[in-house]
Design a protein around this ligand. Structure first.
Ligand code: GDD
Ligand code: MG
Length: 358
C-alpha cells in the first residue's frame, strides 16, 4: 500500500491572525483547505494511506477530515503532545505506517501547492535506490528556504537551511518540501525528541555517505507561508495557473450562498466564501473572502485575506491586508501594505473620528 506522511503541525506564525483559530494547512485556498488539495493530488498519484503529523490545533484536522473515506484515502493521525520539529514529526508519524523497510514513503510539507508529478518522483527514487529523493525547485531568492546543491547526476552535495552567510548561498535550487524516503531511513531518526529534518537529518545522512537524490522540476510551486503567497496561491488556483484537476479556470470563485451585487467588480482570482455579501460598486480583486464576510457598497478589497464573518463597511479601502475573523472595518478606513487587524477588532468609521477631532 502506497503511503504518505503530511507534516501539518506548524504554528503558521507568519499567517497570524488567520492561524490563531485554524492551522495553516486547514485554511481554505480557492474555497478548499490546503491539505485537501494535497490529499487529492497524492491520491491521484496512487497514495492510498496518509498519516497526518499534527501538533498545533490537532483537533481541527480530525474534525474536518475524519478517516479520509470521503476523500478516497485512509487517514491516520499522529498527534505530537509537544511539537517535534519536521524530523521528529516524521519519526513520530512512522509508528502509524504499514510500509515495509524497503518501501518508498512520501513526505510532504503541509503548506505547499505544486504541480510536480509525485508518481515520477517515486519512480526516480526506486530506480536510483536512494535513501531519500528530494523535489527541488529553482527560485530567484533562495534565502528563505533550504538550499540544496547537487552534482551533475543529481546527487545532493549539501543542505543549507535558511542560509545566513553569503558562502552558503551556493545555488538557486531549494528544497520544495516534498520527499520520498526509504522507510528504513525514517526509522533511523531518533525518536521522542525535537529534530529538524532540514538542519539535522539531511546533513547527518550526507555525512554518513547515504545517497540523497535531488530532482529539479519546473512545474508550478508555491509555499503558502506568508499572507501574500497565500492570496497568490489561492488566486492561481482559481485562475487555473496552479494545477487543480477538474477545476474550470474562472476570474472569480463565488461559493454557494454568496450574494454579489451586479454592479460589483469581483476578479483577479478572488474567492468569495459561502454566505458573503458584496455590495453595489464594490471592488474585490485577487483576494480571499472567507465565509460570511460582508463588503459594503463602493468598498475596495485588493490582494487581501478577510477572515470569516468580518465586515468591511462602505467606502473602506484595503490593499495587502489580513483581517481577522469577525473584525469590523468602519467606513472610510484605508489600510495598506501589510496591515493586520486582529479577530473581533472594531475600527470605527473614519468620518466619525475626524469630525470628533475637529
Ligand atoms: N507535525 C509537525 N510538527 N509539523 C511541523 C512542525 C512540528 O513540530 N514544524 C513544522 N511543521 C510542518 C509545518 O506545518 C509545515 O507544513 C512544514 O512542516 C514546514 O514548516 P514551515 O514552517 O512551513 O517551514 P518553512 O516553509 O519555513 O521551510 C520548509 O519548507 C521550505 C519549502 O516550502 C523547509 O523544509 C525548507 O527547507 C523548504 O525550502
Ligand atoms: Mg512553509
Amino acid at each position: 500500500m502506497r503511503e504518505a506522511i503530511l507534516l501539518v503541525g506548524g504554528q503558521g506564525t507568519r499567517l497570524r491572525p488567520l492561524t490563531l483559530g485554524t492551522p495553516k494547512p486547514m485554511l481554505p485556498v480557492a474555497g478548499v483547505p490546503v491539505t485537501v488539495h494535497q490529499i487529492e493530488r497524492a491520491r491521484a498519484a496512487g497514495v492510498e494511506r496518509i498519516v497526518l503529523g499534527t501538533s498545533y490545533r490537532a483537533d481541527v484536522f480530525a474534525e474536518q477530515l475524519g478517516d479520509g473515506s470521503h476523500l478516497g484515502v485512509e487517514i491516520a493521525y499522529a498527534v505530537e503532545d509537544e511539537p517535534l520539529g519536521t524530523g521528529g514529526a516524521i519519526r513520530h508519524a512512522a509508528a502509524h505506517l504499514v510500509s515495509g523497510p524497503g518501501d518508498p514513503v512520501m513526505v510532504l510539507n503541509g503548506d505547499v501547492l505544486t504541480g510536480v508529478d509525485y508518481a515520477s518522483l517515486i519512480e526516480a527514487h526506486v530506480v536510483a535506490d536512494a535513501a531519500v529523493t528530494l523535489h527541488l525547485v529553482r527560485v530567484s531568492d533562495p534565502t528563505a528556504y533550504g538550499l540544496v546543491p547537487t552534482d551533475a547526476h543529481g546527487r545532493v552535495l549539501a543542505f543549507h537551511e535558511k542560509p545566513t552567510t553569503p558562502e552558503e548561498i551556493v545555488t538557486d535550487q531549494i528544497n520544495a518540501g516534498c520527499y520520498v524516503f526509504r522507510r528504513s531511513v525514517i526509522d533511523t531518526i531518533p525518536a521522542g525528541r525535537p529534530i529538524s529534518v532540514e538542519r539535522q537529518t539531511f546533513p547527518q545522512l550526507l555525512a554518513e555517505g547515504e545517497l540523497l537524490q535531488g530532482v529539479v522540476d519546473d512545474s508550478y510551486w508555491l509555499d503558502l507561508g506568508t499572507p501574500w503567497d497565500f492570496v497568490r496561491g489561492s488566486a492561481d488556483l482559481v485562475l487555473g495557473v496552479a494545477p487543480w484537476p477538474g477545476h474550470v479556470p474562472t476570474p472569480a470563485l463565488i461559493l454557494e450562498g454568496a450574494q454579489v451585487d451586479v454592479s460589483a467588480e469581483v476578479g483577479g482570482g478572488s474567492t468569495v466564501g459561502t454566505g458573503c455579501r458584496v455590495g453595489a460598486g464594490a471592488v474585490v480583486r485577487g483576494s480571499v473572502l472567507m465565509d460570511g464576510v460582508s463588503v459594503g457598497a463602493d468598498a475596495v478589497v485588493a490582494d487581501s485575506v478577510i477572515g470569516a464573518g468580518a465586515q468591511i463597511a462602505s467606502g473602506a479601502f484595503l490593499s495587502e491586508c489580513v483581517i481577522g475573523d469577525g473584525a469590523s472595518i468602519g467606513a472610510g478606513n484605508e489600510l495598506r501594505g501589510g496591515a493586520r487587524v486582529w479577530p473581533g477588532v472594531n475600527l470605527p468609521a473614519t468620518a466619525v473620528r475626524f469630525s470628533t477631532d475637529a
